[in-house]
Design a protein around this ligand. Structure first.
Ligand code: CO8
Length: 293
């Protein structure tokens, strides 16, 4: 028991060190959108601290080909290092967030090619991002598209969004979290129904299941996601990162270990200037001025 607590304390300390180091990085991301074939990105919000990445492969309903996932990984790398960015929004078009992995690209693959070529290895990047990511889903979020949304931290959906895991109809199964993340979020019976039938579910159903936290009119969706990012951006980026890590730990460990991790991370916040500033500002009845350290 003592060993586990020690391990968790060490892990929390490591997170703090990595977060502090990250906030010292300064390179602003100026990669030209013209270099990118499959997505667009921009920095927005009143304080210019929210990045919006728009998947942009309209002819294929944003099917997630290797090139698109590579560009998404590279763009996330850059925004993760950019200390002025507090949160990232990933969105698609009104018709499709993403209609899945690119079936035409996968279709000729053999088993050995999947293994040897490390098929779709770029896919884990989104889930590993240390900054908060909000998925703003309009239209289809199917297969890998639904899995991509679930790799994000928060999902907002447009009224006409449709979620589903239709891989079963293609003679395969979800490969990037559809049987795992979905089951943890909506429970076994609903996840089974979605994965075994391939049926789509509406935004309202997704909200009822807890897959989506808000349903909004399509034309307000991205703005509301940006506002959410801005609200998160009013807090300490360092503490936001620790909090995200603690919530994610709930998915990866037992309740007892998760609670220990949370407690130790809470304790670790007392080694930060931002914790001191936050509580002092409350006591002095003034807004906190966080510095991410
Ligand atoms: N891959 C490739 N092309 C696609 C995809 C896709 N997933 N979805 C749509 N397209 C293409 C169509 O082929 C079509 O192209 P073209 O005009 O050249 O024929 C174009 O987009 C427009 O599509 P439709 O004409 O079909 O548009 P509709 O409005 O009639 O239908 C649908 C929209 C219902 C979304 C329909 O396109 C559809 O069913 N798409 C496939 C959905 C699907 O099965 N998705 C799951 C894919 S498998 C997967 O995601 C596995 C993930 C595993 C990740 C593993 C990581 C390690």
């Amino acid at each position: 028991m003592a060993n586990i607590a020690k391990l968790l304390a060490g892990r929390a300390q490591h997170v703090l060190q990595v977060a502090a180091k990250q906030t010292q990085l300064t390179p602003r991301f100026f990669a030209s959108a013209a270099n990118l074939e499959f997505l667009k990105h921009e920095v927005t919000g009143e304080k210019k601290n929210v990045a919006v990445i728009t998947l942009n492969r309209p002819k294929a309903l944003n099917a997630l080909c290797n090139g698109l996932m590579k560009e998404l990984s590279q763009t996330l790398d850059a925004y993760e290092k950019d200390k002025s960015i507090a949160a990232i929004v990933i969105t698609g078009s009104e018709k499709a967030f993403a209609a899945g992995a690119d079936i035409k690209e996968m279709q000729p693959n053999t088993y050995s090619q999947c293994i040897m070529g490390n098929l779709l290895s770029e896919w884990t990047r989104v889930a590993r991002c240390q900054k908060p990511i909000i998925a703003a889903v309009n239209g289809y979020a199917l297969g890998g598209g639904c899995e991509l949304a679930m790799m994000c931290d928060i999902i907002y959906a447009g009224e006409k969004a449709k979620f589903g895991q239709p891989e079963i109809a293609l003679g395969t199964i979800p490969g990037a979290g559809g049987t795992q993340r979905l089951t943890r979020v909506v429970g076994k019976s609903k996840a089974m129904e979605i994965c075994l039938t391939g049926n789509m579910i509406s935004a309202t159903e997704a909200e009822k299941m807890g897959l989506v936290s808000k349903v909004l009119p399509a034309d307000q969706l991205v703005n509301e996601a940006v506002k959410l990012g801005e609200k998160i951006g009013t807090h300490s980026g360092l503490i936001v990162q620790l909090c995200k890590e603690a919530v994610n730990t709930a998915y990866e460990t037992t309740l007892q270990e998760g609670l220990k991790f949370e407690r130790r991370t809470f304790h670790a916040t007392f080694s930060t200037e931002d914790r001191k500033e936050g509580m002092t500002a409350f006591v002095e009845k003034r807004p906190a001025n966080f510095k991410n350290n």
